[in-house]
Design a binder for this molecule. Structure first.
Ligand SMILES: [Zn+2]
Ligand SMILES: [Zn+2]
Length: 155
């Protein structure tokens, strides 16, 4: 079930304060954040960009694709694809039957970690504790009311 959602690309996002110590989301080492991209240390950043480009290019070439297929074709693990969704770098299309869940209230969201409602209730301290940033606020899908909305591809 968790693997059967489809994914689409993607917003490129920046986050974090320059000079802050951050744990690399990929290798878990601490590093000093230099103000670009997500929380990857310089070593992982390059590898991650290459991985993410594979996923993004596959989606651009094939349109909306199941996460499982993207993983098989690109060699990028489902775990990483899920991570990209949680980071807000990939989204699940509006017309998908399956979504990921808000970490707090469990409502369906298309990307990120929290629905806008829950995110708006977070205090600054909670945001810090959860390492949560605005890119991780996920849009709640508009439930199938007639027309399906398709997102245009962006280059
Ligand atoms: Zn790293
Ligand atoms: Zn929520």
């Amino acid at each position: 079930m968790k693997d059967s959602y489809k994914i689409i690309a993607a917003k490129i996002s920046e986050g974090g304060k320059i000079g802050e110590a951050k744990m690399c989301v990929r290798c878990k080492r601490m590093f000093t954040y230099l103000g670009f991209g997500h929380y990857y240390c310089p070593m992982c950043k390059k590898a991650d960009e290459e991985d993410f480009a594979k996923v993004k290019n596959y989606i651009y070439d094939h349109g909306t694709a199941p996460a499982m297929e993207v993983s098989e074709k690109t060699g990028i693990s489902l775990e990483r694809i899920n991570h990209y969704l949680r980071e807000g770098r990939l989204e699940i299309p509006e017309n998908s039957p399956i979504f990921i869940k808000c970490e707090m209230c469990n409502i369906d969201i298309r990307s990120g970690r929290l629905c806008p409602d829950c995110a708006s209730k977070l205090t600054h301290a909670m945001r810090e504790k959860m390492d949560f940033d605005d890119e991780q606020i996920g849009p709640v899908p508009k439930k199938m009311t007639g027309k399906m909305r398709f997102l245009t591809k962006e280059k």
